[in-house]
Design a protein around this ligand. Sequence first.
Ligand code: BES
Ligand code: MN
Ligand code: ZN
Length: 477
Amino acid sequence: MKFNLGKAGEVEIIQVFKGTEELEKFNELYSYLREKELFKGNLGEIYSNIYYKGDKFILLGLGEKEELNPNSLRTAYFKVGKELMKFKERSVNISVCNFEGIEYEESISAIVEGLLQSEYSFEKYLSEKKTKPSLENVYLDVDIEEKLAENIIKETVNLVGGIFFARDLVNEPAMYMTPQALADAAKSELDPLGVKVEIFNKEEIKKLDMKAFLAVAEGSVNEPKLIVMHYEGDPDSDEKLALVGKGLLYDSGGYSLKPANSMVTMHSDMAGSASVIATMKALAENKVKRNVVGVVAACENMVSGGAYKPGDIIGSMSGTTIEVLNTDAEGRLTLADALWYAATEVKADKIVDIATLTGACVVALGHINTGAITNNEELMDNIKEASKLAGEPVWELPHNKEYKELIKGKFADLSNTGGRGAGTITAGLFLEEFVDSTPWVHLDIAGTSYLEKEAAYLPKGATGVPVKTLYYLAKEF
Ligand code: BES
Ligand code: MN
Ligand code: ZN
């Protein structure tokens, strides 16, 4: 799909708000459809007039004028993309309007993203592909300076490329996507963009004293890797944002084994790390003027004679000791050392961690909101702003001191589970113990990073959430 500026293309998109009385073009047909209640202009509603001769056009409903926002525009144009694909159309003409309440640049970006989103599928293992992109040229008729429009288009294309990259990493089965494979993918994608990628092997991880990370990794034949990525977009500043992603390439639960059904999608337990690697890629491609360091403790949580056991008391890079009450609460153990590394070795000014951390988060917020916990309300506000731009909802959870009681250990400093209640909060507060008072936000993406069923422009399987939020956070705040 190529984006061009100007008025051309075979199929014209006619945007119609709900209740529109008259159209400039094709009003006769529109009046008829309206009268028969065949097209009402509801958000995302489509009537296509595509045949071999004459005017080809699609009526696209945009709903109530006052309610339109960038995310509904993305979804509407996702549907346009799917419709054009259905008819195997190769070019389209879209005139970008000045929508009330939406920045013009945001509208361009939303339309571009929606169209691109319609082409994603993970079908590399399907003998017969179901998604067959046809759109070759998109013509956008814009009324801002060409250079500005071109830059927004390019930025959006790169950002969506990042989202697709994250999805591909997450959708790949664990038999191929090992810690080594993830490290290789990070290196091969980021190195050419000038991002320095360090990969620490097991021996080097031992030297760093990452005892909690190593305890989780012990059960697998695939060795752990610590992946550290340095993007220096603003050499004049020494401010650094660290993005720390949970990188469990597979989570069987370990000896606290998961039920068979819960295990099937646990190759996606590295969605946090994928979002970090992909965000670094998009930032570097767009030459965003910020310094960002990505940290991923990549390993697998498996069962074997050497695996860690319920009841074990393990150490950590920070020196804090941890009682393992449940080997399935492994993410917080790998993150404990990754966060401590970000705080004390990277010396980051701010830290955001992204993790498929708790089933409790899915129970509380479903697949709509990412759960969030912080020790710094200002950084949390920045995340909330970024998530609005991204159309990726985030919901902040409380972090009263009282919850900390729940993760105190009996025979060690901390225990790795906090009992049945408030599972997402206690997991988040466990992580806080390892950020060394650095301003920090924890994002629990257990519900939002992977879907059983598609939703709006998000496909089934990996969604790429929250790549956009992280990108806008790094760029705008
Ligand atoms: N990776 C899981 C959390 C998860 C569950 C992600 C469902 C995506 C979908 C995590 O490692 C885990 O197993 N958490 C436990 C923690 C519990 C043992 C305290 C959970 O949520 O059950
Ligand atoms: Mn687990
Ligand atoms: Zn896990």
